[in-house]
Design a protein around this ligand. Structure first.
Ligand SMILES: [Mn+2]
Length: 327
């Protein structure tokens, strides 16, 4: 790894499309650490994706490029490309075959830093993956613990942000929790303020409350589950962008859908336009396998978080159909 870096003047760091905070943070941390220790190298982060704006407070976030990856490689001519947070090439670009070709033709060295279980589907020269709970945490172990490259509080903040987002604020199951906790302790000791990061994570536009109101108003409680819906009419008058709208109803789902007293699971149906509806299901562990339910409706997902797209004449008939599968 050190040899590859030493022998490269130009390094391109990238992460996956539809990029989440951990993808952005692992790429950004990689760039910042290398820049700090190899100041004579030219290092660029380019992610072929829209970027999550709620982490724009991080150092050098505004320097991240979002161009087509293949075009960027042609223009920048890197000797090394570092991929983070995914192991399949088609997740990094809409032109995977062209990217593969130019890598082979220009003999570009490839470094992969990931934490997912999937095997890489493209040739790499160095791979770092210990199945940790976030890719940001992998970058900490690789660069700080193994390569002994020290970091400052700004870089520590980038790493902590990736960790916070990918672990559901340290609530998801984590086989290496003690390791994760040790990294958190290191970063806090360096001066990272967790409360500050959370204040950016939990920021809502005023209009989100209208989505909440719609879902609160339409909430129906049954024996042990609940459901709600967002009508076509509401969607038509909604001024939020598609991303904001999604963030709004997802926030409501996270806060309430399986957490209403007496209701351990539930679903919401939302109109998507053109007689299309989407149903999201959530359940507390052990209450209801909502994957099976979603599969019956032509969808899928996990045992306790799933979804399905349905065609129907109106929202009432969608809800009726779902309830007929439950009872
Ligand atoms: Mn990740």
């Amino acid at each position: 790894m050190k040899e590859i870096i030493k022998n490269s003047k130009k390094i391109l760091v990238t992460s996956h499309t539809n990029c989440d905070q951990d993808g952005i943070c692992s790429a950004l941390a990689t760039k910042l650490i290398l820049e700090k220790h190899f100041p004579n190298k030219e290092i660029v982060v380019n992610i072929e994706s829209e970027l999550q704006k709620n982490i724009s407070f991080l150092k050098d976030f505004s320097k991240i490029k979002t161009e087509n990856l293949f075009e960027k490689i042609k223009e920048f001519k890197p000797e090394t490309i570092i991929f983070t947070d995914s192991s399949s090439l088609s997740r990094f670009t809409s032109n995977p075959s062209e990217v593969k070709e130019i890598i082979a033709k220009e003999k570009i060295k490839i470094i992969l830093i990931d934490h997912h279980k999937t095997e890489n589907d493209f040739k790499v020269d160095f791979k770092y993956n210990n199945l940790r709970s976030s890719c940001a945490e992998e970058t900490y172990h690789l660069f700080v613990k193994e390569m002994k490259l020290d970091i400052d509080v700004k870089i520590a903040e980038v790493i902590m942000t990736g960790m916070i987002f990918d672990t559901g604020v340290f609530s998801y199951k984590n086989e290496f929790f003690r390791e994760t906790a040790n990294v958190v302790a290191d970063l806090v000791e360096m001066g990272v303020n967790i409360e500050k990061i959370l204040s950016f994570k939990n920021i809502y536009k005023k209009e989100y409350l209208e989505v909440f109101t719609q879902l609160n108003k339409n909430l129906t409680l049954k024996n042990n589950f609940c459901y709600s819906f967002i009508t076509e009419e509401f969607l038509k008058n909604c001024t939020l962008t598609a991303d904001e709208y999604k963030h709004a109803y997802q926030t409501w789902i996270e806060l309430f859908l399986k957490n209403i007293e007496g209701c351990k699971w539930g679903f919401i149906v939302r109109a998507e336009g053109n007689n299309e509806y989407f149903a999201s299901f959530r359940s507390q562990e052990g209450a209801q396998n909502v994957r099976i339910l979603a599969q019956k409706l032509g969808g899928g997902g996990h045992d306790y978080a799933s979804g399905a797209t349905l065609q129907a004449k109106d929202i009432d008939s969608v809800i009726e159909k779902i309830i007929s599968f439950i009872l």
